[in-house]
Design a protein around this ligand. Structure first.
Ligand code: GAR
Length: 167
C-alpha cells in the first residue's frame, strides 16, 4: 500500500496522482483539508483522524508520502514505515512551518524545495532530491511559494517513482 498523509490543500497529492502513481489511501488530521475533496475526485479512500492518525496506517504500507502534513511523526512510526516528505526550502536551511517567509526574511537569492526521508526530527532526514528557483526582488510569500509549488509538483512525483522502483 502507498499512503499519502496531508493536512491542507493537497496540490502535491493531486500532482502525484496525475503523474500515474497509485495512492491507495489518504490520511488527514484536518476535517476541512482540501485534500479530502481531491481524494474524492480521484475515488481514493480517505481517513480523517485529528489525533490518532498514526494508528490509521494499514500494516502492509510500503511507502508513506507526506504532502503538506504539518505534524511530527513518532520515531516508532518512521522506523517502521519508509516515509518521504517535501519541504519548501533548500534544506538544511529554513526548517519548520514557515519556510518561505523565513527564506524571504533572510534575503537569500535562491530558494527551492527538498524531498527527504523523514526521521524523528523536524525536516532533518536524509536529503533525496532538490530543485531551486530564483528569488526576485519583488517576491512576496505568495509569489515565491507559487514558484516553489511548481517545482514541488515536478520533483516529488519524479522522486517517488524512483523510490518505488527500489522498494
Ligand atoms: C508544500 O509547499 C509543502 O512543501 C509544504 O506544505 C505545502 C503543501 O502544499 N510542506 C511543509 O511546509 C512541511 N514542513 P499542498 O497541500 O498544496 O501540497
Amino acid at each position: 500500500m502507498i499512503v499519502c498523509m496531508a493536512s491542507g490543500n493537497g496540490s502535491n497529492f493531486e500532482a502525484i496522482v496525475k503523474s500515474g502513481i497509485k495512492i491507495d489511501l489518504v490520511i488527514t488530521n484536518r476535517p476541512t483539508a482540501r485534500v479530502i475533496e481531491r481524494a474524492k475526485k480521484f475515488n481514493i479512500p480517505y481517513i480523517f483522524n485529528s489525533v490518532e492518525y498514526e494508528e490509521c496506517i494499514p500494516k502492509d504500507t510500503k511507502l508513506v508520502i507526506l504532502a503538506g502534513f504539518m505534524k511530527i511523526l513518532s520515531k516508532e512510526f518512521v522506523n517502521k514505515y519508509p516515509t518521504v516528505n517535501i519541504h519548501p526550502s533548500l534544506l538544511p536551511s529554513f526548517k519548520g512551518a514557515n519556510a518561505v517567509p523565513q527564506a524571504l526574511d533572510s534575503g537569500v537569492k535562491i530558494a527551492g524545495c527538498t524531498v527527504h526521508w523523514v526521521d524523528e526530527g523536524m525536516d532533518t532526514g536524509k536529503i533525496i532530491a532538490q530543485k531551486s528557483c530564483v528569488v526576485y526582488e519583488d517576491d512576496n510569500e505568495h509569489t515565491l511559494h507559487a514558484r516553489i509549488h511548481e517545482l514541488e509538483h515536478q520533483i516529488y512525483a519524479q522522486t517517488i517513482k524512483q523510490i518505488l522502483r527500489t522498494l
